[in-house]
Ligand binder design. Structure first.
Ligand SMILES: [Zn+2]
Length: 217
């Protein structure tokens, strides 16, 4: 199971990084009342890079259609192996029902119209990562993060909902293949950044499936 694999293979370095991040989060929350400083900075004066493309609906990043169930059932070939909040997880781990590495190389799709703002190998524990910024019809912005990719097929520019951006991978051999998928608000301290995938403080992160279910066409 990728969950076990992901937890077992957390190196002391990653563990220390998570502890450090949580300490920084606590200090930041005490001094700025839950990310308000970051939010105000990002929500103004960024007209030089406006993604004009509007995310008017969202879809799941894996599977043959816009919608897959989180359950390991016969309705589709995919399931969420580690939910948002479980073990302080900041995202969801999407696997194929068939398990193991049967999902290696499967397509990963943009969850909505948006602009790619990060596409690189983020190092140990992450592998290749893509972040897409989405502007909602009301002007608010969210970001989706796609981690452990085998391949990055698109590294910049605008993307359409369900456009393939990469393939499912194993973070350079660290885990069994799966997609680590996050959804963040602008108030997130890690806006457009890749650092840790687990934290007991998850203000600024949203439950990806809940958000998508509320924004299906
Ligand atoms: Zn994960």
């Amino acid at each position: 199971m990728c969950i076990i694999a992901e937890l077992q293979f957390q190196s002391p370095f990653i563990y220390m990084k998570t502890l450090l991040f949580n300490l920084v989060l606590i200090l930041a929350f005490q001094s700025s009342n839950s990310c308000g400083e970051s939010n105000s900075r990002n929500s103004s004066g960024d007209e030089s890079t406006p993604p004009k493309i509007i995310a008017d609906s969202f879809a799941y990043p894996v599977g043959d259609s816009d919608y897959v169930t989180e359950a390991k059932d016969s309705k589709d070939l995919w399931y969420n192996a580690q939910d948002f909040g479980e073990n302080n997880h900041l995202g969801e781990d999407w696997n194929k029902n068939s398990g193991g590495n049967t999902d290696c190389g499967e397509p990963v799709f943009a969850a909505a119209n948006g602009t790619i703002t990060y596409a690189a190998n983020a190092g140990s524990g992450w592998g290749n990562v893509i972040i897409i910024e989405h502007t909602l019809p009301d002007g608010r912005k969210v970001q989706t993060l796609y981690g452990h990719l085998e391949k990055i097929l698109k590294s910049g520019g605008t993307v359409k909902k369900r456009e393939q951006i990469g393939t499912v991978g194993n973070a350079d051999g660290r885990y069994l293949c799966h997609l680590h998928f996050e959804l963040r608000e602008e108030s997130c301290l890690l806006w457009n950044k890749v650092f840790v995938g687990y934290s007991p403080i998850n203000s600024g992160w949203l439950d990806p499936s809940d958000f998508i279910d509320g924004h299906l066409r």
